[in-house]
Design a protein around this ligand. Structure first.
Ligand code: B12
Ligand code: SF4
Ligand code: SF4
Length: 398
């Protein structure tokens, strides 16, 4: 998109907006809104976030700097963003069951199905094509668009908030009264002055923030990554160090990871608004690889080829085999003591990379500590049984 379009008198914009909404529905988007692209009020918070180094080693976040808040610098000519939401919660979410089962791996519910990037991008592209056709029918070629999902340097949540899709909650995710937060966001940047959606709130510039006095997400976060309302220090977020970062996981955070080997959903699971979340209607977002049924030990036994083959089309594949093994090693360290885990960890030590081996060593020491602890507990249980039996016996011995 390189040229700026002027407001064409031949275009019936209100009619076009209705068409865009109905095309959005046809394409399966759960919701669609249109906004201008002024994100200037977010620039200070973004700058502060970067200055605090909350992005860790996600260099791309710093590289684009304030361009994230200035879509027209990213795509010259942009005057509006068509923001969309796509619900992803699979029908069989089973979150509590898997979090409780320490010998299984908890994988963020968004990653159980197919990678969403391609799917959403393709649909946004189709939406752009429909608008192009509309213009061409009127013999007007003055429409340009560019779709974005996730990877682009844009503040997607503040944009979606302005477009009326919800409000940014204290966990920093976008929340919607009727749909909770289990959805992805994407947008089409366009160079036509579409009428903007009027959010349903007193100030009309964004949807009312209904977090109220709730702080449940801040309190439940296992690593205290939500350092203040609306601000996440990525370096402490399980999602960051299990997915985004290829580096060793900080020692103090490993025990807090539990069995979460790919992302984390805790701040969403506790959020009261998620009782209104909609289940996804997309076949592609349903669980595909039976990852909830496979034990950590079995996942740990996968070779690199098996990892790549089994997870075709899954977003998990993108973290690579080293991070995959690193994360599972930590989860095995956090699992209850089991001699089979110790054996598997020891065996892997011989073939693992230096980075993974260091995590395996850590996991072995955790397992050994737990074994000692279990023995201590077993001894104290025995001791308690002895005392109970003595007390029941001769008063002389009690
Ligand atoms: C980098 C990134 C991460 C990082 C950093 C997260 C973060 N909070 O910034 C990590 C790896 C930790 C991460 C984790 C997750 N992510 Co992520 N992530 C992104 C990405 C690529 C950029 C986010 C960004 O720009 N952060 C920088 C900060 C400064 O921006 P911001 O949080 O939007 O902050 C603004 C507002 O919060 C605003 N603000 C609003 N109100 C207020 C009030 C006050 C007082 C203040 C100070 C600020 C403030 O100020 C900020 C500056 O403008 C986006 C996609 C995108 N391009 O936007 C996906 C995205 C945010 N992630 C997403 C998801 C699903 C997740 C996870 C749930 C995945 C998982 N299950 O593991 C977790 C959730 C963790 C969490 N609580 O945030 C979805 C969120 C969908 C939704 N419903 O909101 C997105 C939008 C991707 C997508 N296209 O769908 N993510
Ligand atoms: S995703 Fe998990 S670790 Fe990250 S902020 Fe939410 S609860 Fe904390
Ligand atoms: S848990 Fe509470 S504070 Fe956090 S996002 Fe949900 S409503 Fe807001």
């Amino acid at each position: 998109m390189t040229k700026t379009t002027t407001n064409s008198p031949d275009i019936n914009y209100p009619e076009l907006v209705e068409k865009i909404k109905s095309w959005g529905k046809e394409l399966g988007f759960s919701q669609l809104g249109i906004t201008d692209i002024d994100l200037s009020k977010h620039e200070k918070a973004l700058e502060q976030w970067l200055a605090n180094n909350y992005h860790g080693n996600m260099d791309y976040m710093a590289r684009h700097g304030l361009m994230r808040a200035r879509p027209a610098e990213l795509e010259v000519g942009t005057v509006r963003a068509i923001s969309v939401r796509l619900d992803y919660l699979p029908t069989q979410a089973k979150c509590a069951k898997i979090l409780k089962s320490k010998n299984h791996a908890y994988i963020s519910r968004y990653a159980l199905g197919r990678d969403y990037h391609k799917l959403m991008r393709k649909r946004l592209q189709q939406l752009g094509k429909k608008i192009t056709d509309y213009f061409e029918q009127l013999e007007d070629n003055n429409f340009n668009f560019r779709p974005f999902v996730d990877s682009a340097p844009i503040l997607e949540r503040p944009l979606a908030e302005k477009a009326g899709l919800g409000w940014v909650g204290k966990h920093s995710l976008l929340l919607n009264k009727e749909a909770g937060s289990w959805f992805f966001i994407g947008e089409l940047l366009v160079d036509i002055p579409l009428p903007i959606s009027i959010p349903d709130s007193p100030n009309k510039s964004s949807v009312a923030n209904d977090c109220g006095s709730c702080v449940a997400c801040l309190k439940i976060c296992p690593t205290q990554a939500i350092v203040e309302p609306y601000v996440v220090d990525a370096r402490r977020c399980i999602s960051y160090f299990t997915i985004e970062s290829p580096d060793p996981i900080p020692l103090e955070l490993r025990p807090l990871m539990g069995n979460r080997i790919y992302g984390c959903d805790d701040c969403q699971l506790i959020c009261p608004w998620n009782k209104y979340a909609k289940l996804s209607l997309e076949g592609d977002f349903q669980a595909r690889h039976q990852l909830d049924e496979i034990t950590l030990l079995e996942l740990f036994s996968w070779s690199e080829d098996h990892f790549l083959d089994s997870l075709q089309g899954s977003p998990i594949r993108r973290i690579g085999f080293q991070s995959w093994q690193r994360n599972i090693a930590v989860a095995l360290g956090n699992a209850p003591y089991d001699i089979n885990i110790v054996t598997a960890l020891e065996q892997k030590l011989t073939t693992a990379s230096a980075m993974v081996a260091e995590h395996i060593q850590w996991a072995l020491s955790q397992q050994n500590e737990q074994n000692l602890e279990d023995n201590k507990n077993a001894n104290s249980r025995l001791n308690a049984r002895l005392i109970r039996s003595i007390e029941k016996g001769l008063p002389r011995d009690a």
